[in-house]
Design a protein around this ligand. Structure first.
Ligand SMILES: [Zn+2]
Length: 242
């Protein structure tokens, strides 16, 4: 268990000196240290971004339904999610991080997530999503570019990411309160994928005050993607087909 890093070849000695280890199967360096010490490796974690999340323990698939804007029939919609995680960022004063479980109890909240770019989803999860749901990369006339998105199970019409994830009445994001919140959350299925290694994910993650409701009212079940009969927690190598 650890955090895999994108270390360029010419920086390998620096990573090694900080305690990174080499995984020959993945052909990658990884941080095999307590999570508090991930900050030492911020140079590689924050290489292409100033704000990232590292999922720990589980990643999630959230499934809901709504009427297709085009054909009017009820279609499934799917999103991703993170639960326990580390937030690493650099506001200009050097890298900082927070282990979110220091603020909320472990396993208490799910934060809905998605990405326009399918290559940001580990291949094993992406394959599962594409086999089970009507998701694919398609051209969006609204934002004038290709994006990974839900499509109607019946007519194939693109169901735009903004509507699915950000509109107040979208089925997946639970921007509601009282009975309406319970009603919406209780229609959702939450699939929990146990992960062996911590995962840096460049997903768009939404944080909301009702993020506890996914676990409290949704239908939760474990989804085992690991092919190892001894270990339900899927490894980094298997998630990335290495
Ligand atoms: Zn349709």
């Amino acid at each position: 268990m650890g955090l895999f890093l994108n270390v360029p070849y010419e920086e390998k000695d620096e990573a090694k000196a900080l305690g990174a280890k080499w995984n020959p199967r993945a052909r990658k360096w990884y941080a095999d240290v307590p999570r508090q010490d991930y900050l030492k490796f911020a140079k590689w974690i924050l290489r292409d971004t100033d704000n990232t999340v590292i999922a720990t323990e589980y990643i999630f698939i959230v499934e809901g339904q709504r009427s297709c804007w085009n054909c009017g029939r009820s279609t499934r919609l799917v999103g991703l999610g993170i639960g326990e995680h580390i937030h690493m960022f650099d506001d200009g004063d050097g890298p900082q991080f927070e282990i979110m479980e220091d603020y909320v109890d472990a396993g208490e909240e799910l934060h809905l997530a998605w990405t326009d770019r399918e290559d940001e989803i580990p291949p094993k999860v992406r394959k599962y999503l594409k086999e089970k749901y009507s998701v694919k990369t398609g051209y969006s006339k609204t934002i004038h570019r290709d994006c990974f998105a839900n499509h109607c199970d019946h007519c194939g019409a693109l169901q735009g990411n903004f509507f699915v994830f950000q509109e107040t009445d979208s089925p997946l994001n639970l921007m509601a309160e009282g009975d309406e919140l319970i009603k919406r959350a209780s229609k959702l299925k939450v699939f929990m994928i146990p992960i062996d290694d911590d995962l840096q994910l460049n997903w768009d993650v939404g944080f909301g005050s009702t993020d506890y409701a996914y676990f409290k009212y949704g239908h939760c079940e474990e989804l085992i993607l690991s092919s190892d009969p001894e270990n339900d927690y899927i490894s980094y190598e298997e998630l990335y087909d290495l």
